[in-house]
Design a protein around this ligand. Sequence first.
Ligand SMILES: Cc1ncc(COP(=O)(O)O)c(C=O)c1O
Length: 389
Amino acid sequence: MAPLAGDFSLLRGEPPLEYLARANQLQAQGKDMVRFEIGQPDFDTPENVKNVAREALKEGFTHYVPSLGIPELIEAIRDDIEKTRGFRPDKKQVMVLPGAKPGIFFGLMTTVAMGDEVIYQNPFYFQYDSLIGYMGARKVEIPLYEKDEFRVTPEQIQEKITGDTKLILLNSPQNPTGGVLKKGDVEAIAEMAEENDAYILSDEIYSKMLYDGEKHHSPAYLDQCRERTIIVDGFSKAYSMTGWRLGYMIAPEEIIHKTHNLFADVASCTTSFVQKGGVEALKNGQGFVDHIMEHFTRRREAVVKGLNEVPGFSCIYPKGAFYAFPNIKETGMSSEELANHMIQEGVCLLPGTAFGSQGEGYLRLSYARSVEEINKGIEKMKTAMEKVL
Ligand SMILES: Cc1ncc(COP(=O)(O)O)c(C=O)c1O
């Protein structure tokens, strides 16, 4: 048989699911568990969004729609990009997809060939590493450091960028660390990409989830996604719509054209009535985003303060998203040992190493939980550490 298109042995799957399954099993056996493993907001999807989708179903909006997305949603996305990124993409630069993840997939598939260099950060969102490996691209990893608040610096990229660099993958706010890129750094990186004729794939799924007055800065400011920048964003996080599967990419026309053809072969279109919900979220969802960010701000305070009281832990404030990434080096245990110990003690979280080698010495907690649950989890962690230190 001829070789398959990619190396399937390099696909990573979803590491949190393994911990989730173990926590479910312990819970089923009657163990009281506090769950910090999964990266999804615990709020219901806003009622107005659900109502619009219900209405669309009632009206029979249940058939194939254009592969690029319904015109109403494309317009709403253009409006939102204009408001949040300061430029209005052309209609031909927008493609609706079933989530941000397909945007990452198609962004890589349409730009990177086997052997091309891709620069990305470690720790990373696992999908990146999985797909870059699968595609046979050359991995150029840049370590993120706590001393830099887990921000990649332009100097680090300058050191690694070469004529063979095809794409730089950015993610700000970042999963798993909550790191947020600064304006000057984003600008320097965008300029470097231009000088070296590299693409930038910018995963901006957490761009509406910022703290401390931080602002989102997209590398698309330079080319407005006309030449080299691909923005990927979606509805899962800020509008609590993970199960709806809805996202989009803004990209140069030729990349949209290729994605369009490939996506038509894969799935024909994104679910029709779901897209109507997306229009409502973008048009009338800011109140909801503000509401959940008020909660996340209180939760962030509880989780960071609490983690700093756990023996052997220290934790900086994440600037965006809803993940805490505490340093556990003082405990003398590895990330995996500690995550395994915690799960036995009734706290499910992830080892930093689920997100790459640079995650050693750290844990990741998704604080999409009530303050009460966070406090309960912290108490369990303190007890758990007293047993081993
Ligand atoms: C950085 C990052 N990108 C993309 C996604 C996936 O988003 P979606 O549900 O829109 O596919 C996630 C989800 O955890 C994420 O953390």
